[in-house]
Design a binder for this molecule. Sequence first.
Ligand code: PL4
Length: 408
Amino acid sequence: MVKINNNYDKLGAGYLFPEIARRTKLFLANNPQAKVMRLGIGNTTEALTPTIIDGLKTGVANLSDIKTYSGYGDEQGNTRLREALANHFSKKGIQLQTNEIFVSDGAKSDSANIQSIFGFGVVAVQDPSYPVYVDTNVIAGRTEEYDESSGQYKNILYMPCVAENGFFPEVPKGKVDLIYLCSPNNPTGAVATKEQLKGFVDYAIENKAVLIFDSAYASFVSDSNLPTSIYEIPRAKECAIEIGSFSKSAGFTGVRLGYTIVPMDLVVEDTVAGKVNSLWNRRQTTFFNGASNIAQMGGIAALSEEGLKESQEIIDYYMENARIIKKCIESIGLKAYGGVNAPYIWLATPNNMSSWDFFDKLLNETHVVGTPGIGFGPNGEGYFRLSAFGHRDDIKQAVESIVNNLKI
Ligand code: PL4
């Protein structure tokens, strides 16, 4: 008799974002006149730039002519796009070979799938963190049951990211195997310094651990002292995998394009150099048929000089939204973090209110949707995330409503 994967039963309530959508839908059903302002899911809203649109159009036009038509491409990605990515990193002083870069349909699937090339061991996550890291390790069977009282799964090390440590954790005291880091961070908006990342690289090398570095928000860093890639840290290629995305940097949330870098120098256990890279290659060629050729043409355009310049204007636009939101939150007397080199504002809920209670209060009183911190891990309790992605008018209406209607 076939059996189901019982690890799914270990998962807590539904996945965070569909749960937000469900509660918002319910609110709208009960309040059909209300105009809801969505600062919950980090979803881009501004139009793609002309250079990117031209790239995508070229991708479509190529398909209309048998001379340029392409079917399946390389599972690892279009060579021109991989070269464009290598060139993009070389401008940061990071030299990558194209066969170290694997193009994908986004950072979500890569950050979910990457664990599959490693054996069972202890996983460490920032707490709070993007829920995909924990949930996929639960599904894979690396954890035991969920413990209601601690809000944690056994066999996962939760590294607290709290106001006291600037929302970036100390390196683990004991030995762990796989460590997920996200900087700029979702949800806290904190950005790790080079020294902080060096601490983790040193730890990983010493303890033969692997870092999974999610840089989905790298393009939001404006402070040139802050790192945008783990490979800015010496010896990181020996211990780190980096996952990137075009979603927020170029507005590809719906187009779908991302990449994962698995350096040849990355060695685990006593395997030879290139082994981990070959495992990811095997995984991707077996499970994945390559990103859309149209999306990849858009990606090449996005990485051109003009494409990057145009996208920067949109990033600046979202960051102005972030500034407006943060100012509003501070003006009503709440403590707000992030929002300077990251598109998320992380606020402390008033009167130690639980983050789901604050979700309901904010929605009912102001019609603004945000994301409860507890959805990102136990140390997210008492916090709440507001996303800076949105049309300026909607952001202005949202902050106006918060200032006028939120009863603290
Ligand atoms: C909603 C740290 C957003 N349904 O678009 P991708 O797949 O290239 O990137 C996904 C991703 C990867 N890494 C981090 C992220 O924050 C995200 C996107 N997160 C959010 O609001 O936290 C969108 C979430 C989507 C989801 O489940 O990812």
